[in-house]
Ligand binder design. Structure first.
Ligand code: NAP
Length: 342
């Protein structure tokens, strides 16, 4: 009963595709495969209806198991859920993108994906799926050999994905097929220039831009560009350094945790909320979708409840003033990689 009431309080935002996306979702990055089915099941039980996965997270099969358990127990039906996955860098070429979209949809055990994103705006050399043990920037586990780039423009990848889109509320039928199994398309880690380029040729418009976004990396002009283009922004890593401590990311080590930042803690005390809820509300109050990750059911519930209170204008501004252009998910520095994307 409680679950139903929190679920119904999560706003649904309309995408360019005509489908709705729940404003709060559940992120799967770095959840170990052996914990993922349970985590997804508990997230759905807590009231989440939007799950954010990716081929690169290597836990889609297990996420699908968690979904099937929730459906079997009558918690939800497939139609209640919004499932996102993403195309990894090695599969941007025509043939490989088609293969990957099918493989990923099958891995979840679903007939369709609600949203499929190009994970990063960079194509790397193809790695056969059977050999794809390191879905990362590297060819080896010791992270010494960076996977070479591949000469595939984003326009090629986008056109391939367009051909896999099913006819939908706002999708123009000449570009979509009745056998399509992707409902909405989007991109991740793109800058404004790439969005302008993409929208100059896209026949199926991008519905979502998913980017790192927190008070240390507010990116107001990128948000404005996306809004002007009718693209919904999803914020990832909304707790800033928190997610990167376990990766021993030096930028995360050397900064005040956002969960302890003064304006965040002050607003949390006034509202009798947690700093995590305040950080999420700072995003949702500005119209962004959030996808916090936690393996703890109590935190899942806490994070989901981030649309039922309001920060004052002064609190919003004080949190925004923490902005210092500090990016944590930067493959150009994280492991000394020479791929300078940002
Ligand atoms: P996040 O959700 O900002 O933070 C997760 C970290 O915060 C974990 O260490 C988690 O620990 C902890 N945490 C969660 N809830 C908490 C709470 N209420 N209080 C205190 N700590 C809490 O980071 P993220 O996983 O990097 O980002 C979220 C999702 O965005 C990902 O899972 C993924 O789906 C997506 N993402 C996408 C990209 C991309 O390139 N498109 C990149 C990164 C992330 P516990 O699990 O122990 O609770």
């Amino acid at each position: 009963m409680r679950t139903r009431s929190i679920t119904s309080k999560i706003p649904q935002l309309r995408l360019a595709s005509g489908y709705n996306i729940p404003q709060v979702g559940f992120g799967l990055w770095k959840i170990p495969p052996e914990q993922t089915a349970n985590a997804v099941y508990h997230a759905i039980k807590a009231g989440y209806r939007h799950i954010d996965g990716a081929y690169g997270y290597k836990n889609s099969v297990e996420a699908g198991e968690g979904i099937r358990r929730a459906i079997r127990e009558g918690l939800v039906s497939r139609a209640d859920l919004f499932i996102t996955s993403k195309l990894w860098n090695n599969y941007h070429a025509r043939r490989h993108a088609i293969e990957m979209a099918h493989v990923e949809t099958d891995a979840w055990g679903l007939d369709y994906l609600d949203l499929f994103l190009i994970h990063f705006p960079i194509a790397q050399q193809y790695i056969p799926l059977s050999e794809s043990r390191f879905p990362s920037w590297y060819l080896d586990a010791s992270r010494t050999r960076v996977t070479p780039r591949a000469p595939v423009p984003i326009s090629e990848t986008w056109q391939v994905l367009e051909s896999l889109v099913a006819p939908g509320p706002e999708q123009p039928s000449p570009t979509t097929t009745s056998s399509g199994f992707l409902r909405s398309l989007g991109v991740s880690n793109f800058n404004a220039q790439l969005l302008y380029d993409l929208t100059s040729h896209a026949r199926v418009p991008p519905s979502v831009l998913q980017v790192e976004h927190h008070p240390y990396l507010a990116q107001p002009s990128l948000l404005r560009a996306a809004r002007d283009l009718g693209i919904q922004v999803t914020a990832y890593s909304t707790f800033g350094p928190q997610s990167f401590l376990e990766l021993d990311n030096p930028r995360a080590r050397d900064v005040v945790p956002l969960l302890q930042a003064e304006p965040v803690v002050r607003a949390a005390a006034r509202l009798r909320r947690t700093p995590a809820q305040v950080l999420l509300r700072w995003c949702t109050q500005r119209g962004l979708v959030v996808i916090p990750k936690s393996v703890h059911p109590d935190r899942m519930a806490e994070n989901l409840d981030c649309c039922s209170f309001d920060l004052t204008v002064e609190e919003m501004d004080a949190i925004s003033s923490l902005d210092r252009g500090l990016r944590f998910n930067d493959p150009g520095m994280t492991h000394g990689s020479p791929l300078h994307i940002f």
